[in-house]
Design a protein around this ligand. Structure first.
Ligand SMILES: Cc1cc2nc3c(=O)[nH]c(=O)nc-3n(C[C@H](O)[C@H](O)[C@H](O)COP(=O)(O)OP(=O)(O)OC[C@H]3O[C@@H](n4cnc5c(N)ncnc54)[C@H](O)[C@@H]3O)c2cc1C
Length: 343
């Protein structure tokens, strides 16, 4: 019988993040399919209190590691906490969200507990036989499914791949797991986190809409001139009004990197595609971007795709978009911004 451990760190405010609740949803579902034993383990700021927020998830035991030394995302202490939790639980399968914090430590933890690990998991099922996980290979072009007999088996579930667990909070009897902290685990000091101000943060994984800008925004327009400052204003106005996430084509982000006339807020982290990201927003709107295959590979998980392009023969027109507006994106987005401003 499998012992399934849901493993999560708390956020800075002591809550469990959306990605963690998605991993919990997958763990609960797998446990129901296997009729196994479910345990829940949390570490970080107020980890014990966080267990209460998932008290009704069906876990038979709640484990926690907390204390100041575990509140910061530091490899040595995070790995020690996870190792202790996996060992205490006697877990055969560990399911965690693929956050930056868990992704950094769980391969190392698998090594310490003589287990194995699979990352970028997008599905976990056990309906017809052994536990099977799915993940994508070759930049989201090939979907593979695999099983393993080795245990413990640690699975890092990609955010956005499973519905988040929902249930009532309550009081959970939480066992606090003691983790020895020799000086060797405390050599690294986390000085703080540097992030752009919220209004300059253009990558928003939880946004309903992904707005993608292509190199066309920087190209000569019908008057024979480029209009990069106008493009910048239109795009930033739209992002501010719509709270959409910003993606970019490779051509556009490369222009920014080469200090050509380009959009200063567009960097390589915004790039969508085969060599970029594969975001998971419900809707996507592509503007001034041709929709070539290596670009649209990154749209694999976008449910509804729309594009605005002057060219009726662009890649989007050839079956890659649900709706193509053959129109000038400068004009369309200016009108959209006017409408948003009146809302
Ligand atoms: C191995 C490999 C990997 C790659 N990986 C990626 C990747 O990860 N991501 C990626 O994006 N690309 C990738 N590429 C590059 C990709 O093939 C394209 O070259 C790139 O995406 C083109 O970017 P673009 O559409 O912004 O620019 P362009 O091809 O220059 O297209 C600009 C578009 O803007 C339109 N336009 C201009 N003005 C307007 C206007 N006023 N209104 C509306 N439309 C307008 C034009 O009609 C044109 O279609 C990869 C290529 C290779 C070979």
């Amino acid at each position: 019988m499998e012992t399934i451990l849901f493993l999560a760190h708390t956020e800075a405010d002591g809550t469990l993040g959306k990605a963690a609740l998605e991993a919990l949803g997958a763990a609960v579902e797998l446990n129901q399919a296997l009729n196994g034993t479910l345990l829940a383990a949390t570490f970080g700021t107020q980890a014990k209190a966080a267990a209460g927020s998932i008290a009704s998830c069906g876990a038979q035991r709640f484990l926690a590691v907390e204390g100041d030394e575990f509140s910061q995302p530091r490899y040595a202490t995070d790995a020690a906490a996870c190792e202790a939790l996996v060992r205490t639980a006697g877990a055969t399968i560990v399911i965690a969200a693929a956050t930056s914090r868990t992704s950094r430590v769980l391969a190392g933890v698998a090594q310490r507990v003589q287990g194995c690990v699979d990352t970028h998991v997008t599905g976990i099922a056990a309906a017809a036989g052994p536990v099977t996980v799915t993940r994508w290979f070759y930049r989201q072009r090939i979907e593979g499914s695999l099983t393993r007999s080795h245990r413990p088996w640690i699975l890092l579930l990609d955010p956005g791949a499973h519905a988040a667990w929902q249930g009532a909070a309550g009081s959970a009897t939480t066992e606090v797991v003691d983790v020895p902290l020799p000086d060797t685990l405390r050599r690294t000091t986390v000085r703080g986190i540097v992030t752009p101000p919220a209004d300059q943060q253009t990558i928003r994984p939880d946004a309903d809409l992904l707005f993608v800008a292509g190199a066309g925004w920087t190209k000569k327009q019908k008057d024979g001139q480029t209009h990069v400052p106008e493009a910048e204003t239109i795009i930033l106005d739209f992002l501010r009004e719509s709270k959409a996430s910003l993606g970019g084509s490779k051509s556009l982000v490369d222009l920014s990197g080469e200090n050509q006339a380009a959009l200063p807020f567009m960097g390589h982290l915004n790039q969508v595609g085969q060599t970029g990201a594969s975001p998971r927003h419900p809707k996507g709107l592509s503007t001034c971007c041709h929709g070539e295959e290596p670009h649209t590979v990154g749209w694999r998980f976008i449910a509804e795709r729309r594009a605005i392009n002057l060219d009726p023969n662009c890649g989007w027109a050839r079956g890659k978009a649900d709706v193509l507006y053959v129109a000038d994106a400068f004009e369309v987005m200016t009108k959209v911004n006017e409408l948003l401003a009146t809302k």
